[in-house]
Design a binder for this molecule. Structure first.
Ligand code: CA
Length: 690
């Protein structure tokens, strides 16, 4: 394989080029609780990803409550051996906590003392890093019958002995090791099967998810979320139906619909729910010329877990054109709506609407905007379909679309409190200019942006913690932040919400009023969701701190990442605990060094700029942002001398910098180098340089 096709490169580019950064009411509805946590006066633990099949992420523990949370302090902390993003939900069972760190490593700790019991490193090939849109993250393990299950970045599903950490079995979940698949999500256990999907829609893969036998790792069934092509072959009946919604396309690649995160299960209805990702490529006219809904991209699927047969589907964004995934967290609950007890499924996907569905039939109950949205005016109650405004169309030029591909809400888990009846989640107001023309993808401005905005009153670019009433579809309260990339949520019976943010703060909030009752400075940005558990009569709250994800989302803020080392930590709190020590501050970076004498013409530098955005910026950032990995303007002369060996041959692969010989010719690599040198020279003496 020489270079990635132009279209794939376009998609890569879109991932990294977010260049535009631009009445409350009290809940009063009866809520039927659906907690399945076992009653115990001694130990109440966090046994599964969403704290039960319904994935509500509500803890009925109330030792820590709104009156005493001011005394919250550190019980213990543990070094996660990482400098990048941490997204895992800790699982706690029988006094042991299981977490995942970067590169799909698993760590088991004593949940009371923090002592490390064992660690398992699947030794993911570092070259896999370039196949990831959004950092070398993992969102956690599943625990079942004495085994720990997790997926690896390079697509393996692994079962370990929970007491020793020894390998029990390992299977390859990928249908192709040449396509750029990955696993970052946590598996779920349903009826003796491990359910796992994968990521990669940004790289034009075909989505699917699979069920493996928990004991043997043998494949039980597999559900493809999109057809292999309009004409098949269709591996299962549902794809015949799906194929009707796709156009013939001689350039068919992938299709997308990857199931990279959200899974839930209703034992009573014996129904498995899986959320699917965006279409690939993003642009629908390119993906399916002439139109079509493109099932089952951006959809919620309800299946029989025995055989993977589809019961119903609800497509959240038909004909997705904007990376609007439906892989966001799904919560199952029983709510009284207009006097009727309803079994609902709730989701706040990237597209900006909060959906409440009947989870038995897939019927839309309600959907309302929770941030500024301009691509659709509303969701039609009769058809269940969005009514597009046309403001999201970019077939003939540019469109300034809200929400952006970062999502009005992304993977960060929500929490549903059966005490308050509210759903708590991390959201953001942010738009993005989509432009059909390839040479416009990188531009910071569109000449006629005012024309795109028209008479809209655009919101400020902000992040939020929202408390949402799913019955009335109204905001109860929100916390606002200048940072758009913050943590997941936990609610507890102590009338509390716990939440960490990108500024490196951990907050305890009154779940009813939204008042911040306690703020603990961690010094490390949080994107992960907290959990709570109780052992020997002591309630704990745990969260992983480690800033990361797609570099475009770290463009804003990331103060903690700027000031302090981003050394990943697992922090556990209890009442009357100790103080949190701030991490080491970063050594001063000094001035950008004098650059090597590399001469290139303007055309080469422009080519280098395009290639930099396509291949480098996802991790190394857009200049002026807060990159997770080294700012290349600071490269030493020594590294510049072996630039080609690093960039193409993978000389630094053991450190996580893959070789790009498959993507970049020597000439391309030189153009990138010339662009970096030009950027550095431009920054020397400017406010960007320190
Ligand atoms: Ca995506």
């Amino acid at each position: 394989m020489s270079r990635l096709p132009r279209n794939i490169r376009l998609i890569l580019l879109t991932v990294i080029s977010i260049l535009f950064c631009a009445s409350c009411e009290k809940p009063k509805n009866k809520v039927i609780s659906t907690s399945d946590q076992s009653e115990s006066s001694v130990s109440v633990e966090w046994l599964s990803h969403g704290n039960g099949d319904y994935e509500q992420r509500y803890s009925k523990l109330a030792q820590i409550d709104s009156s005493n949370v001011k005394n919250l302090g550190l019980a213990w902390e543990a070094d996660m051996g990482s400098l990048r993003g941490l997204e895992a939900t800790p699982i706690v069972a029988d006094g042991v906590m299981y977490v995942t760190s970067t590169w799909s490593r698993v760590i088991a700790l004593d949940a009371v003392t923090g002592d490390v019991l064992w660690q398992y490193d699947p030794k993911v090939e570092k070259s896999w890093a370039k196949r990831l849109c959004c950092d070398v993250v993992n969102r956690g393990v599943a625990l079942h019958d004495g085994k720990v299950y997790f997926g690896t970045l390079d697509g393996y599903l692994i079962a370990l002995d929970a007491s020793s950490g020894e390998l029990v079995w390992k299977v390859d979940t990928l249908i192709s090791r040449d396509m750029w698949y990955s696993i970052t999500g946590a598996p779920r256990i349903v009826k003796g099967k491990v359910i796992i999907g994968n990521g990669g829609a940004e790289y034009w893969v075909r989505g699917y998810f699979s069920a493996f036998d928990t004991n043997t790792g043998e494949l039980d069934w597999r559900f493809y979320t999109v057809p292999a092509s309009k004409d098949g072959p269709h591996e299962h009946d549902e794809l015949v139906q799906a194929a009707q919604t796709w156009a013939d396309d001689s350039n068919w690649v992938g299709g997308g619909g990857t199931a990279w995160d959200s899974i839930a299960y209703d034992p009573e209805l014996d129904t498995l729910y899986v959320g699917t990702g965006n279409g690939a490529p993003w642009q629908r006219n390119q993906r399916s010329p002439g139109g079509g809904d493109n099932l089952f991209v951006a959809s919620i699927l309800a299946l029989d877990p025995e055989n993977g047969k589809l019961k119903w589907h609800y497509q959240v964004t038909p004909g997705d054109n904007w990376d609007y995934t439906a892989t966001q967290h799904m919560i199952l609950a029983d709510l009284e709506i207009e006097g009727v007890d309803r079994k609902v499924l709730m989701q706040a996907p990237k597209n900006g609407f909060f959906y409440v569905l009947d989870r038995e039939s897939g019927e839309l109950i309600s959907a309302e905007k929770f941030v500024y949205v301009n691509w659709a005016s509303h969701i039609d109650k009769e058809t269940g379909r969005p009514v597009e405004t046309g403001m999201g169309d970019y077939e003939d030029g540019a469109a300034y679309v809200f929400p952006s591909p970062a999502g009005a809400h992304n993977w960060h888990p929500m929490s549903f409190s059966s005490q308050t009846g509210l759903v708590y989640f991390s959201a953001r107001d942010i738009g993005w200019v989509f432009n059909k023309a390839e040479d416009k993808w990188f531009t910071y401005g569109v000449d006629d942006l005012d024309d795109l905005i028209g008479d809209q009153k655009l919101p400020d670019t902000k992040g939020y913690l929202k408390a949402w009433n799913p019955v009335t579809q109204k905001l109860a309260w929100q916390l606002e932040s200048d940072l758009i990339w913050n943590g997941g949520a936990l609610s507890t019976a102590g009338n509390l919400v716990f939440y960490g943010n990108g500024a490196g703060e951990f907050l305890a909030i009154d779940a009813t009023s939204g008042s911040v009752l306690k703020k603990i400075m961690l010094g490390t940005g949080v994107i992960a969701p907290p959990v709570s558990y109780q052992i020997d009569g002591v309630q704990y709250v745990a969260v992983m701190a480690g800033w990361g994800g797609p570099a475009f989302n770290t463009m804003q803020g990331g103060e903690a990442a700027m000031r302090f080392s981003n050394a990943g930590r697992l922090l556990v709190f209890k009442l009357n605990g100790g103080a949190v020590a701030l991490p080491a501050t970063k050594p001063a970076r000094g001035a950008i060094p004098k650059q090597p004498d590399i001469r290139a013409d303007a055309e080469t530098i422009e080519k280098g700029r395009m290639l930099y955005y396509l291949n480098c910026a996802a991790c190394h950032g857009v200049y002026g942002s807060v990159p997770l990995l080294p700012d290349l303007r600071y490269l030493s002369h020594q590294k510049h001398k072996i630039f080609n060996e690093i960039v193409r041959d993978g000389a630094l692969e053991p450190l996580g910098m893959p070789g790009f010989a498959d993507q970049l010719t020597a000439e391309d690599a030189f153009a990138v180098q010339a662009y970096i040198v030009k950027s550095a020279n431009d920054a020397i003496g400017s406010p960007l340089a320190e």
